[in-house]
Design a protein around this ligand. Structure first.
Ligand code: PLP
Length: 395
């Protein structure tokens, strides 16, 4: 079979290159420590459970209550008979939290990006995307109508973006799309300047705030709050996308938030809305509870920040090259891919779960260990991780 041959040959080359991914099966809920099949109990520094809500008792209880009250799922797309009260409650809460007029949920942020970016552009329009944007944004752009221009600007480079915007001045709609926080660098998009640039060029700014919501800003509202911008144009962002699968409960689900007419339009035209089931009510209910806890307990944000500072300070004092950032992502630049992978394996043997990323996910010779912090880590757990880092044998 030609297909099997091709698949097997690609898999063999991945194994030979040392980039074959082996799934690790967890035998416990996500939290600051987990039990991994064949490995045992380890401290987790690679999940996106930034606020420690994925296995919070109230979040679990809310999910169970959603399941009891509404059943397993909608058995329908939203517009036929798949919209429940819990969807409206969650969407109203997301909009209020972010400061937008309205919001619409999707089964993932991957779907939210695919559900908004190609849907709002038409022939003659232009999509301008940061070169380090998440894969879901890149793929969403590929779904745009053929006669749409797609441009990629240099990472967070306002001069390059300005030049590209000027080159497409005649395009009726210019959609600038950026991650709020970039997952591999842990850096923050210059949102204040991006908003100003977009206003000058009559462009629409879309921000995927998946790694920032629940993390950045005085109340965890995200990148716009970090820059003290409102949640709506003209002074703020035009459109947000984000995930419910990281800080906001860690289950799954995504959203688009923005002006009311945008949300109404997506209900009419967004293909993942029209042709795919709604977010399961258990997940809608647990995410709603996660936002409620975040709003009720601002100390979680303070704890997350203190944990980030403790880990960064500790790693630096051990001589590790940790990139600076206000986010919960601490990339440690190692250099060669094989070395980053070797170090992550050594850490796991010492009971500390940190992932190594190498080329082609990050540029060559910029392979890294990516440490991700949670409000749920205790100081003792962070110190144990630092002891493991201290004991690593490095060339
Ligand atoms: N957008 C960004 C910036 C992400 O980092 C991720 C997850 O890695 C996603 C979208 C996808 O989110 P989801 O898991 O909800 O599809």
């Amino acid at each position: 079979m030609p297909l099997s041959q091709r698949l097997n040959s690609t898999l063999a080359s991945l194994r030979a290159a040392g980039t074959y991914k082996h799934l690790k099966y967890l035998a416990s809920p996500m939290g600051p420590s987990v039990k991994i099949e064949g490995v045992g109990e380890v401290l987790v520094f690679c999940s996106n459970d930034y606020l420690g809500l994925a296995s919070h008792p109230e979040v679990i209880e809310a999910g169970q209550e959603g399941l009891r009250r509404y059943g397993a799922g909608t058995a329908s797309v939203r517009f036929i008979c798949g919209t429940m009260e819990c969807h409206r409650q969650l969407e109203d809460r997301i909009a209020r939290f972010l400061g937008t007029e309205a919001a619409l949920t999707f089964v993932s942020c991957w779907n939210a990006n695919a559900g908004v970016i190609p849907t709002v552009v038409e022939a003659g329009d232009t999509i301008l995307s940061d070169e380090l944007n998440h894969a879901s944004i890149i793929d969403a752009g590929r779904l745009a109508p053929k006669q749409t221009t797609r441009l990629v600007y240099k990472h967070a480079d306002l001069a390059d973006l300005a030049a590209k915007l000027a080159s497409v001045a005649a395009a009726p709609v210019k959609l600038v799309v950026t991650d709020g926080v970039f997952s591999m660098e842990g850096d923050v998009a210059p949102l204040d300047e991006l908003v100003a640039l977009c206003r000058r060029h009559g462009a629409t700014l879309v921000v995927d705030d998946s790694h920032a919501v629940g993390v950045l800003g005085a109340y965890g509202r995200g990148t716009h709050e970090h820059f003290m911008l409102p949640g709506a144009a003209p002074e703020g962002v035009d459109i947000f996308t984000g995930t419910l699968g990281k800080a906001l409960g860690g289950a799954a689900g995504g959203y688009v938030a923005g002006p009311r007419e945008l949300i109404e339009y997506l209900i009419q035209r967004s293909r993942p809305q029209l042709f795919s089931n709604a977010l399961p009510p258990s997940v809608a209910s647990s995410a709603l509870k996660a936002i409620e806890i975040l709003e009720r307990e601002p100390t979680r944000l303070a704890r997350l920040r203190a944990n980030v500072a403790r880990m960064r300070g500790g790693l630096r004092s051990l001589g590790y090259d940790v990139l600076e950032s206000p986010t919960a992502i601490l990339p440690i630049i190692i250099g060669e891919t094989a070395e980053a992978i070797r170090l992550s394996e050594q850490l796991l043997k010492r009971g500390v779960f940190v992932i190594g990323f190498g080329f082609p996910v990050v540029p060559e010779r910029k392979a890294r260990l990516r440490v991700q912090m949670s409000a749920a880590h205790t100081e003792a757990q962070i110190d144990r991780a630092l002891e493991a880092f201290a004991s690593l044998k490095r060339p």
